[in-house]
Design a protein around this ligand. Structure first.
Ligand code: A3P
Length: 299
C-alpha cells in the first residue's frame, strides 16, 4: 500500500487498532481488499473514474516498490515540470467518493496509481490509452515484504505465522489477490507501447538509469544534474530518513529493509521449491519472467 501522509494515516491506524483482525479484510468478486483503506464505496467510485490521456499512472502489486516509485515520480514531476503532486497517496482505490470528486477537478497532469489487478483498472484508463508504468519485484522478496507489512501495520490483520502467510500468498488469499495472476495479466501487455514494466531489482541495479526510463516514458525531460539529485534523494537510506519526518516510527513500516534477497532469511527449502515450481509453471519462458531474472535473484 502507498505511504499515506501523517494525519489521515494516523487516523486510519487508530481505526485499525480498534478493529478486530477478522474484520480487516473483505472479499469482492473473489479478491480480498482492506476494509479500512478500500471500502466497497471506494471501489465503486474508482470504477467510474475518468482517466485522462496525460495522467501519470503507476501500477504495482503490493510490496513491489510502489512507494519508492512514488517518491521517484514526484521528484521527476517537480523538477521537470514544476508540478507538486498532492500529499495524499496516489492510490485511486484509497479515495472516497468525495476525494474522487476533488481528483476529477484537479488540473493536469495528475499523478495516480493503483494496486488493482489490470482487469480491475477503471475502463477509462484503457479507452484513454493512459500510459501505465508497472513495477514488479521478484516473488520471494515480495512475499517476505508483504508478511512484515501485515505484522507491522494495524490496518491489516496480523499474519498468524510465516508459514500460514506464505501459503495464503501462494493461493492468492491476500489483499489485492494473487501475485501470479497480476504477473500473468501484465505479461499479456508487455508489447503494448503504453505500458512500461520496471522491476525493483533493476532500480537497485542502476537507479539513475531507472529514473531516466521513467522520465522518458512519461515525457518529463531531466537535466543530468536533476537526474543525479533525484537518484541521491531516492536511495533507501534517504527515503527512510525522510519518512521519519512525515510518519515518525511508522516510516520503518514502509521503508523496512530495502534489500534484494531477504527471502533467504525466511524461506524453508520446501517453500523455495514450491515458489520455484510455481514460477516455472506460470512465468518461465515469458518476457516478464525473463525481466524478473528469477535465476539470479531467487535461486
Ligand atoms: P522491504 O519490506 O523488503 O524492505 P511498497 O512500497 O510497494 O509497499 O514496497 C515496499 C518495499 O519497498 C519495502 O521492501 C521497502 O523497504 C522497499 N523500498 C521502499 N523505498 C525503497 C528505496 N528507496 N530503495 C529500496 N527499497 C525501497
Amino acid at each position: 500500500m502507498a505511504t499515506p501522509t501523517a494525519k489521515p494515516f494516523h487516523s486510519k491506524m487508530d481505526q485499525g487498532m480498534a478493529m478486530k483482525d477478522e474484520e480487516k479484510l473483505y472479499k469482492r468478486d473473489g479478491t480480498f481488499y482492506s476494509t479500512i483503506m478500500t471500502p466497497p464505496e471506494n471501489l465503486d467510485a474508482a470504477k467510474d473514474m475518468e482517466a485522462r490521456e496525460d495522467d501519470v499512472f503507476v501500477v504495482a502489486y503490493p510490496k513491489c516498490g510502489f512507494n519508492w516509485m512514488v517518491g521517484i515520480v514526484k521528484k521527476i514531476m517537480s523538477a521537470s515540470a514544476g508540478i507538486t503532486a498532492p500529499d495524499r497517496p496516489p492510490i485511486i482505490e484509497f479515495y472516497s467518493p468525495e476525494v474522487q470528486q476533488v481528483v476529477a477537478q484537479s488540473p493536469s497532469r495528475r499523478f495516480l496509481g493503483t494496486h488493482f489487478h489490470p482487469d480491475n483498472i477503471p475502463v477509462s484508463f484503457n479507452t484513454k490509452k493512459t500510459k501505465m508504468l508497472v513495477v514488479f519485484r521478484n516473488p520471494k522478496d515480495t512475499v517476505v515484504s508483504y508478511y512484515h507489512f501485515m505484522n507491522n501495520n494495524p490496518v491489516l490483520p496480523k499474519a498468524e505465522s510465516w508459514d500460514k502467510f506464505f501459503s495464503d500468498f501462494m493461493s492468492g488469499d491476500v489483499a489485492w489477490g494473487s501475485y501470479f495472476d497480476h504477473a500473468l495479466a501484465w505479461e499479456k501487455r508487455m508489447d503494448d507501447p503504453g505500458v512500461l514494466v520496471l522491476t525493483y531489482e533493476e532500480l537497485k541495479e542502476n537507479l539513475p538509469e531507472g529514473i531516466k526510463k521513467v522520465a522518458d516514458f512519461f515525457g518529463f525531460p531531466l537535466t543530468e544534474e536533476q537526474l543525479t539529485t533525484i537518484a541521491k534523494e531516492t536511495t533507501f537510506s534517504s527515503m527512510q530518513e525522510k519518512s521519519k519526518n512525515s510518519l515518525g516510527n511508522f516510516g520503518k513500516v514502509f521503508f523496512r529493509k530495502g534489500e534484494v534477497g531477504d527471502w533467504k532469511n525466511h524461506f524453508s527449502e520446501a517453500q523455495s521449491k514450491q515458489m520455484d515450481e510455481e514460477f516455472q509453471k506460470k512465468l518461465a519462458g515469458t518476457k516478464l519472467g525473463a525481466q524478473l531474472k528469477y535465476d539470479i535473484y531467487c535461486k
